[in-house]
Write a new protein. Structure first.
Length: 279
């Protein structure tokens, strides 16, 4: 038993070490990823299910590492958040996404807006508003084509500061969307104080719709809340027709998920938009 205990322990530390060294290695590589041009922004359509048309694209970052392959943002965003690299990386995503959307508009494709994710660290930088304003000016994208997605935990970290920043962005014509709604902590009174345009219902509620009746009730409650606050409702992670139909019955008209499209490379997204125009 002792022997086994020791083996377990060894196994445990080995796994821990390999995890720790994997993280270290990733972090080292992350420092150079931007200048090596290893990042790509993918685009996932958001559908207006009343018209069936694409209303918007969400910009989702991908790291294409020459050896490790495609590294998931779930893995490297927290690292970048911790070491501060998210600041230059986030600005690059913003600039790249605005440039792409403007290029599609200039090519005569149907005008879309773009949603860009903001992490906690980015949101706390004192010059965020100036950075956003500068990127919009330099790329020539009209302000109302940009939406910024924040999460409840980001907004709730410093409520007065958050509200002031969001208000400034909103006054510029930038839309504000609350991402992963329902997973964090936010009181309804705060929700009312933030200048929000959208609530994105977290995909964890959508995923279990068929199996967990509570999730249906939660989504119905969120949709009712969104209606009272006059917010656009978006459901994420919609994979099946059943989920789509249920969400439509709640008048949640905007949806994003594999049922409609996975996040697409810039090339694939361009093709989709071109075919879509000619169809
Ligand atoms: P998120 O903002 O909640 O993005 C939605 C995630 O759900 C994306 O994962 C997307 O690919 C995935 N997804 C979309 N539809 C479906 C579906 O039908 N089924 C399932 N199972 N998944 C679906 P992704 O691209 O791996 O991104 C993960 C997270 O990483 C994002 O969650 C976001 O929090 C973060 N992230 C991605 N790009 C950026 C970025 O540029 N900046 C920041 N700060 N965070 C980012
Ligand atoms: Ca998001
Ligand atoms: Ca989300
Ligand atoms: Ca999420």
């Amino acid at each position: 038993a002792k022997e086994q205990g020791r083996n377990n322990y060894q196994f445990y530390t080995a796994a821990m070490n390999s995890h720790a060294s994997e993280l270290l290695m990733l972090e080292n590589e992350l420092h150079q990823a931007l200048e090596r041009g290893e990042f790509v922004v993918y685009y996932q359509p958001q559908i207006n299910t009343n018209t069936g048309k694409i209303a918007q694209m969400e910009a989702l970052l991908r790291w294409q590492h020459p050896e490790f392959g495609l590294v998931s943002p779930a893995k490297f965003i927290p690292l970048a958040e911790e070491n501060g690299l998210i600041i230059p990386i986030g600005e690059w995503v913003l600039r790249t996404a605005c440039t792409q959307i403007k290029a599609w508009q200039d090519a005569g494709l149907p005008p879309l807006s773009v949603a860009v994710n903001l992490s906690a660290r980015q949101f706390q930088q004192p010059n965020l508003v100036e950075i956003v304003a500068r990127v919009l000016q330099e790329t020539g994208l009209e302000n109302h084509f940009l939406e910024l997605e924040i999460t409840e935990s980001v907004a709730m970290q410093n409520v007065d500061f958050s509200r002031a920043i969001l208000q400034e962005l909103h006054n510029m014509g930038v839309s504000i969307s609350m991402d992963d709604f329902g997973t964090g902590y936010s009181s309804l009174s705060y929700l009312k104080k933030f200048p929000l345009d959208k609530l994105k219902i977290d995909q964890s509620f959508v995923r279990e719709l068929a199996t967990d009746p509570n999730d249906g009730a939660i989504i119905a409650a969120i949709a009712a809340l969104g209606k009272v606050l006059n917010l656009t409702m978006v459901a994420e992670g919609v994979e099946t027709e059943e989920q789509r139909d249920f969400l439509r019955s709640l008048e949640c008209e905007y949806m994003q998920g594999y049922l409609f499209s996975k996040p697409l490379s810039p090339q694939d997204a361009t093709e989709l938009l071109q075919n879509y125009r000619s169809s």
